[in-house]
Design a protein around this ligand. Structure first.
Ligand code: THU
Length: 139
């Protein structure tokens, strides 16, 4: 598995920026856009546990704030890692957001057998999409 080294290094660095006093797990994510810019994210927890934001969604939000050319997808690749030494595949909420920003993006993460990668669209079969016609009918 050819994990992009620059993204892996950035994701590892991002784990050090986590705010996770409750789980103590530090997750890091790094993505690259079509101009070669790298954006990172780390998990941000809250005493009201359900408000926790995953590393992947923080990275997407960081990139979204700088997204100039909206005719092109936000990003092409993301690497996710964590401090536990055990696999942590992206959660369902993150899969939904990754899919929206580029269904053909390649997502790299650790599994029991080592690193793997999958396209965003293959990580969430049968996903919810907002249909244009539905949005118009209700607008
Ligand atoms: N977490 C992520 O950052 N990404 C995921 O895809 C799964 C879970 C974080 C949230 C929480 O801070 C910690 O990992 C344990 O669930």
């Amino acid at each position: 598995m050819n994990v992009p080294e620059n993204l892996k290094a950035a994701a590892i660095q991002a784990t050090t920026q986590a705010y996770s006093p409750y789980s103590k797990i530090k997750v890091g994510a790094a993505l690259i856009d079509h101009d070669g810019n790298i954006f990172t994210g780390a998990n941000i927890e809250n005493a009201s546990y359900g408000l926790t934001i995953c590393a992947e969604r923080v990275a997407l939000a960081n990139a979204l704030m700088k997204w100039q050319d909206r005719s092109r997808p936000l990003f092409s690749k993301m690497v996710i890692t964590n401090s536990t030494g055990t696999p942590m595949p992206p959660c369902g909420a993150c899969r939904q957001m990754l899919l929206e920003m580029n269904e053909n993006a390649e997502i790299f993460f650790e599994t029991a057998g080592g690193w793997t990668s999958a396209l965003a669209k293959d990580l969430l079969p049968g996903a919810f999409y907002m249909r244009e016609d539905l949005a118009e009918e209700n607008g």
